[in-house]
Design a binder for this molecule. Structure first.
Ligand code: ADP
Ligand code: MG
Length: 354
């Protein structure tokens, strides 16, 4: 997400010599322009500035920066609490933008869920080992992000981890660890390189029968990111979309440098704008199996839930990066985060080992 406030302008164009020096004036909340909340530095004559100020005061429903109100909405989505916080001029604008965004999130869930048998993702899994399946642009986009992140993390993040996740979820419910044979079969089906994507045809294919995709480590961040993008198309730039701990933010609240986000374990809140933050760790979904600490994040090298007592928080320019890279950073640990920061420009990792 590009921050319009920091976007660079091209100054190489030759400019005509100024007729007279015109003072630099900062215009905030310019009512005649569509986006009332931005600040522009422009050269205008003092007379024009007075005229603008006058028109601004006269304009019906004059809506300066001060008149933007904070609105918050929550709903269950993707199996977690989804939260939208946005600044809008009135509650009607806010509610309809939020309702449309929740609808967009539900649409993404219908495409990427591994819980809904009818989802596009599950249809693709049922076709494993068969010819390529045409997929929607949304599903193609998240699969292609997942594939690239798998490659860049040396397979620590692996969206084909599904068979092992299913095994360890069952073990957690029953209290019985999988047998070595069950583990061996499930593990033999995990390999992100066997996810075949064709951007021209917009198709995907899992090369081996029995393979199963699990986007649980990337889908919420992707959806939060797309939620913010969607709100922008509705003219709402100052917004936050959170799916549990996967959070994407747009422009900051009026008169603030950023959104204040509290991350458990961090001493001070993060102040963020136009980026995303996610946290992964063993704190909430781990269990003990035969005296071994097993987290819900599976080490793709072994097919077993990783034993680390650790939290990885990632700030990234894109929601899917923040989400998937936190999962990878939990597995890779603090020694690997400098190379992740290099491979994914604009990312920042904080690892806490307990
Ligand atoms: P959470 O979604 O619980 O906040 P994560 O973003 O770290 O935490 O995602 C964990 C989920 O990702 C697991 O529940 C599982 O569905 C999936 N997963 C587990 N191990 C991996 C892995 N190595 N690579 C990709 N996804 C994984
Ligand atoms: Mg994650």
């Amino acid at each position: 997400m590009t921050d319009p406030a920091t976007a660079k302008h091209d100054h190489r164009q030759p400019r005509p010599a100024p007729i007279a020096r015109i003072p630099f004036i900062r215009i905030t909340s310019f009512v005649l322009l569509s986006n009332c909340t931005r600040t522009w530095n422009v050269r205008v004559s003092p007379l024009a500035a007075v005229l603008v100020a006058f028109l601004t005061l006269l304009a019906p429903g004059c809506t300066g920066r001060g008149s933007l109100q904070r609105h918050e909405f929550t709903r269950l989505c993707m199996g977690v609490q989804a939260r939208i916080v946005l600044f809008a001029e009135n509650s009607q604008t806010a509610s309809s933008a939020a309702a449309l965004t929740f609808h967009r999130l539900a649409e993404l869930d219908g495409c990427m869920s591994d819980y809904r048998p009818a989802s596009e993702l599950m249809q693709l899994c049922r076709n494993a080992g068969q010819p390529p399946t045409p997929v929607s642009q949304d599903l193609f986009d998240i699969l292609s992000e997942a594939f690239q992140i798998s490659r860049a993390t040396g397979g620590a993040f692996d969206p084909t981890i599904g068979p092992c996740v299913a095994l360890w979820r069952a073990a957690r419910r029953s209290g019985q660890p999988p047998t070595p044979e069950e583990l061996q079969i499930a593990h033999s089906l995990v390999d992100w390189r066997l996810l075949e994507l064709d951007a021209n045809a917009c198709t995907a294919r899992l090369a081996k029968p029995g393979m199963k995709l699990d986007l649980g480590g990337i889908a919420k961040g992707f959806a939060a990111d797309r939620g913010v993008r969607f709100l922008r198309t509705q003219g709402i730039d100052r917004c936050l979309v959170a799916l549990a701990g996967d959070i994407a933010v747009g422009d900051p609240p009026p008169d603030k440098k950023g959104w204040s986000i509290e991350v458990p374990g961090l001493p001070v809140p993060l102040i963020l704008r136009n980026c995303a933050v996610s946290t992964s760790g063993d704190a909430e979904q781990s269990f003990d199996s035969q005296g071994r600490h097993v987290s819900h994040i599976i080490d793709p090298r072994t097919g077993v839930g990783a034993p680390y007592r650790r939290q990885a928080t990632t700030v990234a320019p894109r929601g899917e990066w923040a989400d998937a890279l936190s999962t990878a950073a939990y597995l890779l640990g603090p020694n690997e985060t400098p190379s992740l920061e290099q491979a994914f420009p604009g990312t920042h990792f904080t690892i806490i080992d307990h």
